[in-house]
Design a binder for this molecule. Structure first.
Ligand SMILES: NC(=O)c1ccc[n+]([C@@H]2O[C@H](COP(=O)([O-])OP(=O)(O)OC[C@H]3O[C@@H](n4cnc5c(N)ncnc54)[C@H](OP(=O)(O)O)[C@@H]3O)[C@@H](O)[C@H]2O)c1
Length: 328
């Protein structure tokens, strides 16, 4: 089939596009032409690149039309962040595609009620990013059920892979804590260190997209979580990273208000920590396993250790510029 990926040269696309090509699909990648995949792969030679800025095309009202012009059987939208953006694209593609897959986020859930969180739980998102992702999901599944638009939404956890700092034991993307754990320095965790983070390797996200395409009759009209088999507590995570560096972790705990005043972090890092621990995701993958045959290759720790290995190998463990990225 002809698969158009919108935003396929990033974190997930690095793995997704080669998997699609290896499955025999003809792939078109739409992006601005600024980013390159993190890892080389011969599959990219057979990918058709279309340079396009989504924001500019949306402002001109031409984005959906231009995607439709690539005559896709399947569209994978990796970079949809607003309901209006989703609406514009879907209206141009209705009746023209066999399958439409959108990348959501586990942030659609907001506050957890029963854990591990399943897809059928009432959405209580907070923060603009999660609210918009929940609105996009609601819109797509409504279109699927009322009008038969073949939409699937996949919700990754904190994506991990080479080239990026994984969400850390301090629940933010500042790499400094890994350096401290490497040096066997004390680290201070908020509260009792029992709040959670839930990672997923980018290749497991890619796996889920490919499986959803292969199983479209089970996938259409549905959303699925895509995370590792189990979430980590911040304490367990810090201890495991320290052990990976050959030490016992030296941990201290402070209530949130004291913690935020005591740590050597900027407001952006502290805000990220707050956002992550306020969500404290612990997410079920039972539905994706049952319906799609999704089976993550990576535990959270295995994914994190691979990413840390890449950062160390490239001398970037202490590079704060690497800690910037999308919220979840
Ligand atoms: N990061 C996480 O931990 C996390 C967690 C849960 C969900 N998500 C979701 O994952 C998705 C992002 O996937 P990712 O991490 O693979 O993305 P990514 O690494 O940020 O890559 C983004 C891709 O989109 C392209 N792009 C960016 N802006 C564009 C624009 N205005 N017009 C056209 N192309 C554009 C980029 O290429 P160019 O720069 O060349 O344009 C690149 O190919 C989002 O939907 C996000 O909500 C992320």
């Amino acid at each position: 089939m002809r698969v158009t990926v919108i935003g396929g040269k990033g974190h997930v696309g690095t793995y997704l596009v080669p998997r699609l090509v290896e499955s025999g699909h003809a792939v078109v990648n739409v992006s601005r032409g600024q980013s390159r995949p993190y890892l080389p792969h011969s599959a990219w030679q057979s990918v058709t690149q279309v340079d396009m800025d989504r924001e500019a095309e949306e402002a001109a009202g031409t984005f959906g039309k231009r995607i439709a012009e690539s005559e896709p059987d399947v569209v994978i939208d990796m970079i949809c962040f607003t309901l209006e953006s989703a609406r514009q694209l879907v209206e141009a593609l209705e009746g023209k595609v066999r399958h439409f897959l959108s990348c959501g986020s586990i942030w659609v859930h907001g506050y957890a009620a029963v854990v591990p969180t399943t897809e059928d739980q009432t959405r209580r998102p907070f923060g603009e990013y999660g609210i918009q992702k929940a609105a996009i999901e609601d819109f797509l599944l409504d279109r699927a059920r009322r009008r038969g638009f073949p939409a699937t939404v996949l919700h990754p956890g904190h994506i991990v892979g080479p080239g990026h700092v994984p969400v850390s034991p301090l629940a933010n993307k500042n790499p400094g804590v890994y350096e401290k754990l490497r040096q066997n320095e004390e680290i201070v965790l908020p509260n009792f260190g029992l709040e959670t983070v839930h990672h997923v390797h980018a290749d497991d996200v890619a796996q889920a997209f490919v499986k959803a395409i292969n199983d479209w009759h089970d996938a259409a009209g549905e959303s699925f979580h895509v995370v590792s088999p189990a979430a980590l507590t911040l304490r367990g995570y810090a201890e495991a990273v320290a052990a990976w560096f050959g030490h016992d972790a030296r941990l201290r705990f402070l209530p949130w208000e004291d913690w935020r005043g005591a740590v050597d972090l900027n407001e952006q890092d502290i805000g990220q920590t707050h956002d992550h621990i306020a969500h404290s995701p612990c997410i079920s993958i039972a539905k994706a396993r049952r319906l799609l045959g999704y089976e993550p290759r990576y535990t959270s720790l295995r994914a994190v250790f691979e990413a840390l290995g890449w950062l160390i190998e490239h001398g970037k463990l202490g590079d704060p510029k690497l800690g910037q990225g999308s919220p979840a």
